[in-house]
Design a protein around this ligand. Structure first.
Ligand code: OAD
Length: 227
């Protein structure tokens, strides 16, 4: 299954494209592209430091808990792919979350590629622990960069019997294309969202409602109905 910002909305983390969403207040070209980082690394770190603080202070909600419960109950059958950079699924107890857009908990050296746990506040001048160059960046996938773990994701899409998209607006590729890929490979497809996504017509089934209402109910059905 694929999750998006709507999953964490009721934990108090803003979405990107809803009314008052992050991309209505910030220019994504300035804070979420390699070019923006090259131009003004301080601004980019400030943006992600605020996201990291919000994420660390937030608590997982009932939808995170339900998805974590589902993955614990079916460890070999549930692939959890998230576009979210928060760690609320892990903190709800999900054993294996694929962060295709990176994670706020990670730091990456733009010079040598070394990775290490991000401190709460990151700063462009702090040196990389491996090569000592001042090239510290958040371990986040920006627009124009290749999402992480695509090989594992492709394999899961090809082998899926059910693909579920949760709380994502279907605007950002390649994630927005997963429904079509899984459907062509033979999976049933289901959208669980507050409002219809840009790709809603590609799904076999849809259910609308807030994540904390519809996800626990859907997970309860899956665990009861499919043994
Ligand atoms: P968006 O902000 O584009 O979409 C949020 C989705 O969540 C919408 O479909 C809303 O209807 C839905 N939503 C809002 N509140 C909800 C709630 N309480 N319960 C259920 N659904 C709710 O966020 P994403 O689709 O995740 O990438 O955005 C995809 C990517 O675009 C992000 O990973 C990020 C962003 O730019 C990068 O920064 C690379």
């Amino acid at each position: 299954m694929l999750t998006g910002a709507g999953l964490s909305a009721e934990s108090g983390l803003g979405t990107f494209r809803d009314k008052d969403g992050l991309w209505t207040r910030y220019d994504l070209n300035e804070v979420a592209t390699p070019e923006g980082f090259a131009k003004n690394p301080k601004l980019v770190h400030e943006f992600y430091n605020a996201r990291r603080a919000n994420s660390l202070d937030a608590q997982p909600n009932a939808a995170h808990a339900a998805l974590a419960r589902l993955q614990r109950a079916r460890p070999d059958r549930v692939t959890l792919i998230t576009q979210n950079v928060d760690d609320l699924l892990e903190r709800a107890g999900a054993p294996d979350v694929i962060h295709m857009h990176g994670a706020l908990t990670g730091a990456l050296c733009a010079s040598c590629g070394h990775r290490w746990p991000a401190p709460r506040v990151m700063d462009p001048d702090s040196p990389c622990p491996a090569c000592a160059r001042p090239a510290t960046r958040p371990d986040i996938v920006w627009f124009g960069e290749m999402p992480y773990h695509m090989g594992r994701i492709e394999a899961a899409l090809q082998g899926a019997d059910l693909f579920v998209a949760i709380g994502t607006s279907g605007n950002v590729y390649p994630a927005a294309g997963f429904v079509q890929e899984a459907g062509l490979a033979g999976a049933q497809t289901l959208e669980l969202n507050l409002e219809p996504s840009a790709t809603v017509s590609l799904f076999d089934d849809v259910r609308f409602g807030s994540a904390t209402a519809i996800i626990p109910a859907w997970v309860a059905e899956v665990l009861d109905d499919r043994g």
